[in-house]
Design a protein around this ligand. Structure first.
Ligand SMILES: Cc1ncc(COP(=O)(O)O)c(C=O)c1O
Length: 411
């Protein structure tokens, strides 16, 4: 069986019982009851400092280690200590680039894109102060893709880092990170991937991605406001400590978690892996298969379902002569996420979105902190794009309702 049982799925998300149609999922997804229950359990039974000898403290330490193990499994990290957690992707990126700063030498080159969320640009730009030369891999204005040929023209033996997004939070495009990783490693550079817009739709496999660092936030993946930065162990070990002087550079991941992690939110994240494995089991995974294989089955079903809904919306948008889809207008084969942005001729994006507010349909307009992309595509005059971002728990009926009211707004 490969069809999602949406009643079963939606029952896992208490917020979906209201009238609101949540189609701003790339902004933040709804939270699993399993996640909230774990946070509640942690706070009410083990909210003590870790590392003491009494029973509750031992239990709390165990729960935080379980959380790290669970996240390591979710992303396929080879070692649990490679899992660094923090409050947000933005915060973790600033920590990462602060840790890299002392190793930067004048003339080192760093490549960022102009299509990323600012979280994976701003911290890198600060390295210019240490003498790094920043180069920008620009999205192709016609294809709206990051073309590998354009990257090749920027790469040199002085390239130290490439920072890019796995999937754009505006265009929805899935970028070829494996190909980029090969190119980066061929010149001795490293690759840092923002997986925020990818992780809600595909099973992350940090090893398979080829990246050296991979970062995303759990509040986009059915969890709390909490985030993970994975890095290859050797690379993380090479970084200086960002913690107290007595937390040495060999102490992973604590040296990169100054002030420590939020324990209850970390523990809550176990609910994400548990849910995904549960969906895999419901879909008929055999008892012999691993948790990750179950999760993979869940994501296969999610992406099939999301593609059906995305195609419904894309087909409608393609049929309107006044609408310009900002991103690939066809799904293609594993080329785009169900995050769909567009503008309407002679219409401010805000006006379209405000019309939907009246029907409890939550969508959104703006630049989504991908300001450089919006300005490169000359979309600021529209007030940015209208963005509809679908999650696996959305229904075909919700998309029909969206399309009906969009049609009133678009005309
Ligand atoms: C692609 C992408 N990267 C990074 C971020 C920033 O994540 P955080 O809010 O956890 O800093 C976002 C948030 O919208 C995003 O969409």
């Amino acid at each position: 069986m490969n069809n999602l049982n949406l009643d079963m799925i939606r029952a896992e998300f208490p917020a979906l019982h209201t009238r609101t149609v949540y189609l701003d999922n790339a902004g933040g997804s709804q939270v699993l009851r399993r996640v909230a229950d774990r946070i509640h359990d942690y706070l009410l039974t083990t909210s003590v400092q870790l590392g003491a000898s009494y029973a509750e403290s031992q239990a709390a330490s165990e729960k935080v280690l379980m959380a790290r193990r669970s996240v390591a499994e979710l992303i396929n990290a080879q070692h649990d200590e490679e899992v660094v957690m923090g409050g947000s992707t933005t915060g973790l990126m600033f920590l990462l680039t602060a840790a890299i700063l002392p190793s930067i030498q004048a003339g080192d080159e760093i490549i960022v894109t102009n299509s990323d969320h600012e979280a994976n640009i701003g911290g890198w730009l600060r390295l210019a102060k240490a003498g790094a030369l920043i180069k920008v891999w620009e999205v192709h204005r016609d294809s709206l893709q990051l073309e590998l040929a354009d990257l090749d023209a920027l790469l040199t033996t002085r390239t130290k880092w490439i920072a890019m997004t796995h999937a754009s939070n505006v265009l929805g495009t899935i970028n070829p990170v494996c190909d980029v990783a090969k190119r980066a490693h061929a010149v001795g550079a490293r690759l840092c991937v923002d997986g925020v817009a990818y992780a809600p739709h595909r099973l992350v496999d940090v090893q398979d991605s080829g990246a050296d660092v991979y970062v995303f936030s759990f509040y986009k993946v059915f969890g709390p406001h909490h985030a993970v930065l994975w890095g290859k162990r050797d690379f993380l070990l090479s970084l200086p400590t960002l913690n107290h002087h007595f937390i040495g550079a060999e102490i992973l991941p604590y040296k990169l978690q100054p002030g420590n992690v939020n324990f209850e939110l970390s523990y809550g994240c176990i609910g994400i892996s548990e849910y995904l494995a549960h969906v895999g089991t419901m879909l008929g995974a055999s008892p012999a298969v691993s948790n990750r294989q179950r999760m993979q089955l869940a994501f296969n079903a999610f992406s099939q379902h999301e593609d059906r809904l995305a195609e419904k919306l894309l087909a409608y948008l393609r049929s309107k002569s006044t609408v310009k889809i900002i991103g690939l207008s066809q799904l293609g084969k594993n080329q785009r996420m169900p995050t769909i942005s567009f503008v309407v001729a002679d219409r401010l994006s805000e006006a379209v979105v405000r019309h939907m507010d009246g029907f409890n349909i939550g969508i959104r307009f703006g630049d989504f902190y991908a300001k450089r992309l919006i300005s490169a595509l000359d979309l600021a005059a529209h007030g940015g794009v209208v963005r509809v971002s679908i999650a696996h728990y959305n229904t075909a009926e919700e998309i029909d309702l969206l399309v009906r009211h969009l049609d009133e707004a678009i005309g």
